[in-house]
Design a protein around this ligand. Structure first.
Ligand SMILES: [Zn+2]
Ligand SMILES: [Zn+2]
Length: 278
């Protein structure tokens, strides 16, 4: 498997000279399986750039789109995803059960809701909601994809991919330390032994108490999870829109300091455009 980040920012796009290194587009991750099949996680504004690249290749687009949840920073890229306007595009949508309805609402509803001039049923692509992964593993070309409901307002799903003994876990919009939420051990079990863990680290430890119940985590909680689950490659994501590149670098330095002793092979912040083998 290979992972490519098209968007790493949380909450709202944050373009500008201060976010060039880690990127300003909201969540969109491309997972390419060994078979060549493409699975896209989330449709944040990074999806527009992926669409441009697919369009430039000129080949018919066939992909799975896994939506973690309905929040707009994870859906905003959809109307600007060029392959949606082509008849030879086929998209199978899976993930959060309410996400299909949510993705249609990003478009016009024929009632003049004013969000976007084009209605969902005017899109040329074939779009099918398969609603599989939330009810049990989704198997694609021998790769097992499992979902875990997370601690997030209105809900969210994390995903684990298993391919030939290799494991990739993608968890965004999750509050590891939510009081009364899913217990810590559930996360340890889900992440256990993964080769790469990608996890939300929007807030600093000194910020989190003011944001309890907002559904996000700190680098310190992610480092602890990686330690408890025996994971040695970790990427932090869903960067706060107010966090400059220098501040993200500082966050990573603090995370590495905290992890010293367990010496992870990789502990970094996800960068827009970066590619990681799993
Ligand atoms: Zn988000
Ligand atoms: Zn969210």
């Amino acid at each position: 498997m290979e992972v490519r980040f098209w968007g790493t920012r949380g909450s709202i796009p944050a373009p500008g000279p201060e976010t060039l290194e880690f990127g300003g587009n909201t969540t969109c991750v491309e997972v390419t399986l060994a078979s060549g099949r493409r699975v896209i996680i989330d449709a944040g504004t990074g999806l527009r750039l992926l669409g441009n690249e697919l369009q430039a290749r000129g080949e018919p687009v066939h992909l799975h789109l896994l939506l973690t949840h309905n929040h707009w920073d994870h859906l905003l890229g959809l109307p600007f995803f060029q392959p949606l306007y082509r008849e030879d595009t086929e998209i199978l949508v899976d993930g959060w059960p309410l996400a299909f309805q949510a993705m249609t609402r990003v478009f016009d509803d024929h009632m003049g809701d004013g969000f976007f001039p084009v209605a969902f049923d005017q899109l040329q692509a074939r779009i099918t909601f398969i609603n599989r992964v939330a009810r049990g593993p989704l198997v694609l070309d021998g790769v097992h994809i499992q979902a875990l409901p997370l601690n997030h307002p209105q809900g969210c799903l994390g995903f684990r991919f298993r391919e030939n003994g290799r494991g990739l876990v993608f968890i965004t919009d999750n509050e590891l330390g939510q009081k009364g939420g899913r217990p810590w051990q559930d996360f340890v079990h889900f992440v256990q032994g993964a080769d790469l863990l990608i996890h939300d680290a929007q807030y600093l430890p000194e910020e989190i108490e003011g944001h309890r119940g907002w559904g996000h985590s700190t680098f310190a909680e992610v480092v602890q999870l990686a330690r408890d689950a025996g994971v040695r490659r970790v990427l932090l994501t869903h960067h706060d829109p107010g966090r400059s590149d220098a501040q993200v670098q500082h966050l990573v330095a603090r995370a590495r300091e905290l992890a010293a002793g367990t010496a992870p092979e990789l502990l970094d912040a996800a960068r827009e455009g970066a590619v990681y083998p799993v």
